[in-house]
Design a protein around this ligand. Structure first.
Ligand code: 4AD
Ligand code: MG
Length: 431
């Protein structure tokens, strides 16, 4: 019996015969020798079929193989430093599982819309494969980070009765003759959970009907949202810088190969360690004006503004003390300057923009009620949220890290659409 192996572990089988089940990634021929690049989902390997060394039907089958045909091969593993994975498979037996039709994605260049239409196939390509593996590692590192710090994972609902991040980007749906909305954030529910468990986080999809068509926006994205009871904004920022550093260091350690495939300049990631610089919004506006931005005090930072600020530093920077008027209703105002709030955005280096939004929440019932009224939000759907301020309210803080923005930055992607398996973009919900 030949042992079935995954290419990821092929190094443990040098000199032995193994079975690989996978797909044909690419094929080259030099007459009497066929070079098959085979992928099995975990890695690639070059398989070699020598006409004079295999039964005629094996060589014929190999010759018929088309790109992405599924197959089962058997052969002996050899070390081969010049080969794509450092190993080579001397194929002695080959079964075609399905002979693929002419594959629409070839090694030549394709336009991005063409590829997005075929995202279900595009995911098989080496680059997309590498990105998804980095994403997977960042999720693993996230779970470990919060587990080690005694956070409890609490899942937030997706269907919700009210807006949390402003009403302009809500996806509305019908809920048995009532209006419901797809969740923009799990935060409000995490606040409830923090009062029950102390330290919690959720990790789930969130939805925003962002009419903007930028490389930083998706309609559906995944967010990691920790929330901590008895925690102020200072401590909140410390958790964030530790968490982000942990993600980057984890990727550097565990995704070397993927980052190499992506041609990521990892020297830019190596210095991502705490502490991160902290810049007040007031200062940020001054720096931006000196750099030619049109921004006035009171305006939100535009994408270009974020890049100008981020370019001043070699690691992510916190911009804190935003005007209350441009932030969500739940932000705790600064007691000394009520026109600004105790919250911060964390801007990634190299023009990747805001990866975290977070802050201290209003703990006082009357103040929160006043804010809800000022924003013209309906009170009824927020009754439960107000309740949290009636039964043992405490100072609490939290944040949300956008997974795709973080994947994009760490992988060095030029657009968020490659950071999620099936991106939902303005005018795109297929496949
Ligand atoms: O700054 P945001 O809107 O914050 C919140 O939703 C808070 N309720 C989070 C919290 O405190 N629990 O979004 C947080 C992060 C952003 O920094 C960004 O990384 C990401 O979510 N994000 C998006 N990512 C992709 N596409 C979009 N349209 C995004 N909008 C926000
Ligand atoms: Mg934000």
């Amino acid at each position: 019996m030949v042992e079935r192996t995954y290419l990821k572990h092929i190094g443990q089988h040098v000199g032995s015969e193994v079975e690989i089940r996978g797909w044909l990634y690419n094929k080259r021929s030099s007459g009497k020798i066929l070079f098959l690049i085979i992928r099995d989902g975990t890695d690639l390997i070059q398989g070699v079929v020598v006409k004079s060394e295999v039964p005629a039907e094996v060589f014929e089958a190999a010759k018929r193989l088309t790109q992405e045909s599924s197959l089962i091969v058997r052969g002996v593993v050899r070390e081969e430093p010049r080969s794509i994975s450092g190993y080579e498979l001397n194929i002695t037996d080959l079964e075609i599982v399905q002979l693929a039709e002419e594959y629409p994605i070839t090694p030549k260049e394709h336009g991005v819309e063409y590829l997005l239409d075929r995202r279900h196939l595009w995911l098989r390509s080496r680059r997309q494969h590498a990105i998804m593996l980095v994403r997977n590692e960042l999720i693993k590192a996230t779970r470990r980070f919060f587990d080690e710090r005694d956070f409890v994972l609490i899942d937030a609902p997706i269907l919700t009765p009210a807006a949390a991040e402003g009403t302009t980007t809500l996806f509305e749906t019908d809920y048995f003759d009532e209006k419901a909305y797809l969740s923009q954030t799990g935060q409000l529910y995490m606040e409830a959970a923090a009062m029950a468990f102390g330290k919690v986080y959720c990790f789930g999809p969130t939805f925003r009907a962002e009419k903007s068509k930028t490389r930083r926006h998706l309609m559906e994205f995944w967010m990691i949202e920790p929330e901590m009871a008895f925690c102020d904004q200072e401590e909140n920022m410390r958790v964030q810088e530790e968490y982000v550093s942990c993600l980057v260091q984890h990727a550097l350690k565990n995704c070397r190969k993927e980052l190499e495939i992506l041609e990521r300049d990892t020297s830019k990631l190596e210095n991502i360690v705490p502490p991160f610089p902290r810049l007040s919004y007031d200062e940020a506006v001054k720096i931006l004006q000196q750099n030619g931005s049109e921004i006035q005090w009171g305006d939100d930072l535009g994408g270009g503004d974020e890049t100008i600020i981020a370019n001043q530093y070699d690691r992510p920077v916190f911009v804190y003390g935003f005007p209350a008027a441009i932030k969500a209703f739940y932000f705790q105002p600064d007691p000394e300057r009520p026109e600004i709030v105790k919250g911060a955005d964390l801007l990634a280096p190299e023009g990747y923009g805001e990866i975290i939004g977070g802050g201290e929440r209003i703990a006082d019932y009357e103040l929160l009620l006043k804010k809800i009224k000022e924003e013209n939000l309906p009170e009824e759907p927020y009754a439960w949220y107000l309740d949290l301020r009636r039964y043992g309210s405490v100072p609490h803080s939290g944040f949300g890290l956008g997974l795709e923005r973080t994947v994009s930055w760490i992988c060095g992607l030029s657009h968020l659409r490659e950071a999620i398996p099936f991106p939902r973009l303005l005018n795109r919900i297929y496949p």
